[in-house]
Design a protein around this ligand. Structure first.
Ligand SMILES: NC(=O)c1ccc[n+]([C@@H]2O[C@H](COP(=O)([O-])OP(=O)(O)OC[C@H]3O[C@@H](n4cnc5c(N)ncnc54)[C@H](OP(=O)(O)O)[C@@H]3O)[C@@H](O)[C@H]2O)c1
Length: 290
């Protein structure tokens, strides 16, 4: 099995890289900017041809939710046009396209976990551009798996966990919003689920699947931050604040918990609770790091 991974240097791409040893019979090709821009038809076509891949895993995205408000052209180019290019190439080559999307396709006005059949209603440019990326794939690619996830973190790159570890070492006090609820997702858990799905996918069968995947449970950013400080024994005191006192350029959903019933039923996954995944992640971090 040949697998082409785009956005290979990002959080999720790196998490997949760390698992390749578990799949000695598969050949992985990791690409990122500048050698493979997913919105470049020429570069994508060349990469698909030269790797002879049977699966593309798209981990590339424009993920700066706030900056997307002032750079919508770039966000749409990467999050909508890029998936369309990948879908056309996947169609031309008979390749399965695995794509990752986000809980931010929902506004958060619900008070029960979102299912795949709930109608998306994104609040900002990032969510809208990701939703349109999903739609491009659904319209173009004959075989695809789209996996929406939420609050992704790892020890690699810019994310909430790394920000909290840094601030927790620098500050005595920190205010973190407690009126936005969701579920953190350890990037390595999502990476493992994606590779398991590829492993179980039947060759030649057309897939048209949209699934939700995060860790189990529900928390606020405040709960998540508190857990990080506790698990790392950081002396920083975290206080709950309202979103209104922490304004951001892009509005955030107040509730973006994803219902994972479909992926658990269809693919038989047992998903770790967010707190256990976080504890495990932090226990793997060298003790001399914050
Ligand atoms: N992070 C989250 O909290 C979160 C939550 C829900 C869903 N997701 C989704 O999960 C997926 C993975 O996210 P992540 O956190 O791993 O993202 P990430 O760390 O920001 O990685 C994205 C990678 O894509 C690259 N990239 C940007 N534009 C590209 C282009 N035109 N062509 C090719 N590569 C490009 C980035 O390069 P540069 O760094 O050079 O720009 C980066 O290496 C994304 O689809 C994201 O929307 C993320």
């Amino acid at each position: 099995m040949n697998i082409l991974v785009t956005g290979g240097n990002g959080q999720l791409g790196t998490a997949i890289k760390e698992l390749v040893g578990l799949y000695p019979d598969w050949r992985f090709s990791f690409y990122d900017l500048p050698e493979l821009d997913i919105a470049s038809e020429v570069q994508v076509t060349d990469a698909v041809r030269s790797t002879g891949c049977g699966v593309i895993v798209n981990c590339a995205a424009y993920t700066d939710v706030d900056r997307a408000e002032t750079e919508p052209d770039i966000a749409y180019r990467v999050n909508r046009d890029g998936p369309a290019v990948l879908a056309r190439s996947a169609k031309a080559s008979g390749v399965l396209l695995v794509h990752v999307s986000t809980d931010y396709v929902f506004s958060g006005s619900s008070c029960r976990p979102y299912t795949e059949t709930d109608v998306p209603d994104p609040l900002g440019v990032y969510g809208r551009s990701k939703l349109e990326g999903e739609q491009q794939i659904q319209q173009i690619a004959p075989s695809y798996l789209i996996i929406r996830t939420s609050w992704l973190y790892s020890l690699h790159g810019r994310n909430f966990l790394n920000t909290m570890l840094r601030l927790g070492a620098e500050r005595e006090r920190l205010g973190v919003v407690f009126d936005q609820a969701g579920t953190p997702t350890r990037a390595s858990d999502l990476a493992g689920a994606i590779l398991a799905m590829i492993g179980r996918a039947e060759p030649g069968r057309g897939y048209a699947g949209l699934f939700h995947y995060s860790n189990e449970g529900i928390c606020s950013w405040y709960d998540f931050a508190t857990a990080i400080m506790r698990l790392r024994n950081l002396p920083c005191r975290v206080s709950p604040i309202e979103s209104a006192s922490y304004p951001t350029p892009a509005p955030r959903p107040h509730y973006s918990v994803l219902n994972k019933g479909a992926i658990k039923t269809d693919w038989g996954f047992e998903i770790p609770h967010w707190y256990d995944a976080l504890a495990d992640q932090l226990s793997s971090q060298p003790a001399n790091q914050p």
